[in-house]
Design a protein around this ligand. Structure first.
Ligand code: ZN
Length: 99
């Protein structure tokens, strides 16, 4: 059994949540009329960008879990503090390398 199975499960749940929401944001974006405010479009676009970034981060974290490199800093190769992973499950680097 993979030691990070629980994290993988939580990440996958978050991933499907994000994909569902992203589809809604995308739809809302395409439904905007020229009469709608530009602020609204910008807001939706920002949201879309943030969620797309998060999806990529989660995808990468899931890949690291399946490859067995999850929890190891991608830069220095040292183990990442479990407290950091708990707060930020998609973290690819340790605190010193992310600073
Ligand atoms: Zn590091």
């Amino acid at each position: 059994m993979n030691e990070h199975e629980e994290i993988a499960k939580a990440l996958k749940a978050r991933l499907s949540e994000l994909r569902t929401h992203l589809a809604k944001v995308d739809l809302a974006l395409h439904k905007l009329l020229p009469a709608d405010s530009e602020d609204q479009a910008i807001e939706l676009e920002n949201q879309e960008a943030l969620e797309t970034t998060e999806i990529h981060q989660i995808d990468a974290a899931l890949k690291r879990i399946s490859e067995g490199t999850y929890g190891t800093c991608a830069k220095c190769g040292e183990p990442i503090d479990p407290r950091r992973l708990q707060a930020l499950p998609t973290a690819a680097t340790c605190i010193s390398c992310s600073a």
